[in-house]
Design a protein around this ligand. Structure first.
Ligand code: GRF
Length: 209
């Protein structure tokens, strides 16, 4: 990551894009010192693409190919090419519903982050808020982490807790976790953009000033 140009981020999402919107708002407010260079989706009519276009940001659908949970090889290459063409420093996954494989991970090694709706390593995988509710934990939350070859297993950058209330439903708990994500994700991306983050194996720490 060169230091002499604005920090450029590429955002990948498959859904409504509320985390993208939180990040874009932080950029607009000046609390996240970065440029959103490109927004990509594997879903043609994803809300995230519409939100990006509303903000005048480059947004592109790339057909994912025949698999359900990963990208076909050509599609993976197209995603990598688009991110490289946009000269991104960091790839931000915001509700991207496919597992990234070797070539993609190698192309952006140590430069891909994700947000997950639980306190990892508890409840990886799908519908984590429901997993937490069904398990009966009293505290859950969200996690921003680097992406590695596993599922929700990369080094943890930041976490925010959310209490599980007695009368929570999956829906109400999910809403509060989402709200916590919208605070945590821009904060973590800002720390990366400011290059305040030091990675020591699995430990991700703040550099001393
Ligand atoms: C978030 O809950 C995030 O934790 C998960 O996907 C969801 C994306 O939501 N990885 P949105 O599209 O940002 O609203």
């Amino acid at each position: 990551m060169a230091n002499n140009h604005p920090f450029r981020i590429g955002v990948l999402g498959s859904g409504k894009g509320s985390n993208f919107a939180a990040i874009a708002s932080a950029v607009a407010a000046g609390t996240l010192p970065a440029e959103i260079a490109i927004v990509l989706s594997d879903v043609a009519d994803a809300g995230i693409l519409a939100l990006a276009r509303e903000r005048g940001l480059p947004a592109q659908f790339i057909a994912p190919g025949k698999f359900r949970t990963k990208l076909e090889e050509d599609a993976e290459r197209a995603f990598v090419n688009a991110l490289n063409a946009a000269q991104v420093d960091l790839v931000v996954l915001a509700g991207f519903m496919r597992v990234l494989k070797g070539d993609f991970l190698r192309a952006f090694e140590g430069r891909i982050v994700n947000i997950h709706p639980s306190l990892l390593p508890s409840f990886p995988g799908l519908a984590s808020w429901k997993q937490a509710l069904d398990y009966g934990v009293k505290v859950t939350g969200c996690t921003v982490h680097f992406v590695d070859a596993g599922v929700d297993s990369g080094a943890i950058i930041g976490q925010q807790t959310v209490p599980v209330l007695d009368h929570d439903t999956a829906e109400t708990l999910h809403q509060r976790i989402h709200a916590a994500e919208h605070e945590l994700y821009p904060r973590c991306v800002a720390a990366l953009a400011r290059r305040e983050i030091l990675v020591q194996g699995r430990r991700v720490i703040r550099k001393l000033p």
